[in-house]
Design a protein around this ligand. Structure first.
Ligand SMILES: Cc1cc2nc3c(=O)[nH]c(=O)nc-3n(C[C@H](O)[C@H](O)[C@H](O)COP(=O)(O)OP(=O)(O)OC[C@H]3O[C@@H](n4cnc5c(N)ncnc54)[C@H](O)[C@@H]3O)c2cc1C
Length: 329
């Protein structure tokens, strides 16, 4: 086990065009450092994971529609390979290793630091309109259909969750979270009109500065307890299948200690930035339209078998109905 936690420096260059991210930096620390320097950098959409852990695996993130995947934003890496050598790799130096590491990074070495692209932005440009719409299960099919049909422009991102509504009852609900970067309440409500038209039972939206964009995801990354996670990438969403997923979800989520369980689907823009640098990195999943994570979450270890079964059954349902097997993870 190699602990990189202390390699957590994030330094933005004076010209604001690049940033150096330490191998152990986490997403929140990276965003805070970028914001303090007046730039944005592509990170994941959750505050807790390692920034480079996410980037080396592809890197889906809030700015993706504008600047491409995480791997497309890496300019250079300092890597310790298995022979104990410290190498500086880039598109012009050790280019094979540079290609391979951007998509399959952890297999080839330890990244001590990476130089990534940074994008200078005014404080106003680092604002987003964002928040959540919450629906009861009676609207489920309409919500799934709308999520499938919303055309995400380069400044939009959208997630849909099956999750607990919170204590004390932990009733299961459908939550859609939305971001419109450099938007406001008026443009946001137009961009996500079809979801408003369905009639959410609750709305929590507002303007958020860059360091707060990921705050809504904090409850989903609490450490501890038991969370065998299953993932699948989908091309389309079938409302009937998602009703079956709901039934499986609510059956598991009402078990003792399992109330925090989640089924999460993430949608990012399908625009040309996804494919612009396709040949330059090994990351293979550029065409995945919906990323799904099935997260049985509980503390009672007697639920281990049922938790794994729930995850596998839901993954198979989605895999068989909504997307090709090639994206299964
Ligand atoms: C709560 C949560 C939110 C997520 N959100 C997103 C998201 O928004 N976008 C997205 O694309 N993915 C997301 N993911 C998936 C994420 O990309 C992977 O889980 C990723 O592997 C996390 O990296 P980590 O460093 O935190 O985890 P770890 O388990 O520590 O690392 C994952 C792998 O990467 C290796 N690794 C980590 N750092 C380095 C390094 N510096 N050099 C070499 N190898 C390294 C590790 O050895 C390990 O094999 C999320 C995952 C979770 C759990």
């Amino acid at each position: 086990m190699i602990n990189l936690a202390r390699l957590n420096n994030v330094t933005v260059a004076a010209d604001k065009k690049t940033a150096i991210i330490g191998g152990g930096a986490r997403v929140k620390g990276t965003i805070d450092a970028a914001d303090a320097a007046g730039v944005r950098v592509l990170t994941g959409n959750c505050n807790g994971p390692g920034t480079l852990g996410i980037l080396l695996a592809g890197g889906f993130g809030n700015l993706q529609g504008q600047v491409g995947f995480g791997v497309d934003n890496i300019l250079e890496m300092r890597v310790v390979t298995a022979d104990g050598k410290l190498r500086t790799i880039s598109a012009s130096h050790d280019e094979d290793l540079f290609w391979a590491m951007r998509g399959a990074g952890p297999n080839f070495g330890i990244v001590v630091s990476a130089t990534v692209k940074a994008y200078a932005m005014s404080e106003e440009e680092r604002l987003a309109w964002c928040g959540a719409l919450i629906y009861g299960e009676d609207k489920l099919e309409k919500v799934i259909e709308a999520v499938q049909n919303v055309e995400l422009t380069s400044r939009m991102v959208m997630f849909c969750y099956y999750a607990s509504s919170g204590p004390p009852y932990h009733a299961p609900v459908v939550i859609v979270t939305m971001w419109l970067h450099q938007g406001d309440a008026e443009t946001g409500k137009v961009a996500f009109k079809s979801l408003y038209d369905i009639g959410p039972m609750m709305e929590q939206t507002g303007m958020a500065p860059y360091p707060e964009w990921n705050t809504g995801g904090n409850p989903f990354q609490a450490q501890g307890e038991r969370k065998p996670t299953f993932g699948v990438g989908l091309d389309k969403l079938d409302p009937q299948t998602w009703r079956e997923v709901w039934d499986k979800y609510t059956e598991f989520q009402k078990k003792p200690t399992a109330h925090a369980s989640v089924v999460l689907m993430e949608a990012y823009p399908m625009n040309e930035t996804r494919f612009a640098n396709q040949a330059s990195a090994s990351f293979p999943h550029r065409d995945v339209r919906f990323n799904v994570a099935i997260l049985p979450w509980y503390s009672d270890q007697n639920l281990d078998d049922e938790g794994v079964q729930f995850g596998k059954v839901v993954r198979d349902l989605l895999r068989n109905n909504d997307g090709p097997d090639k994206h299964a993870t």
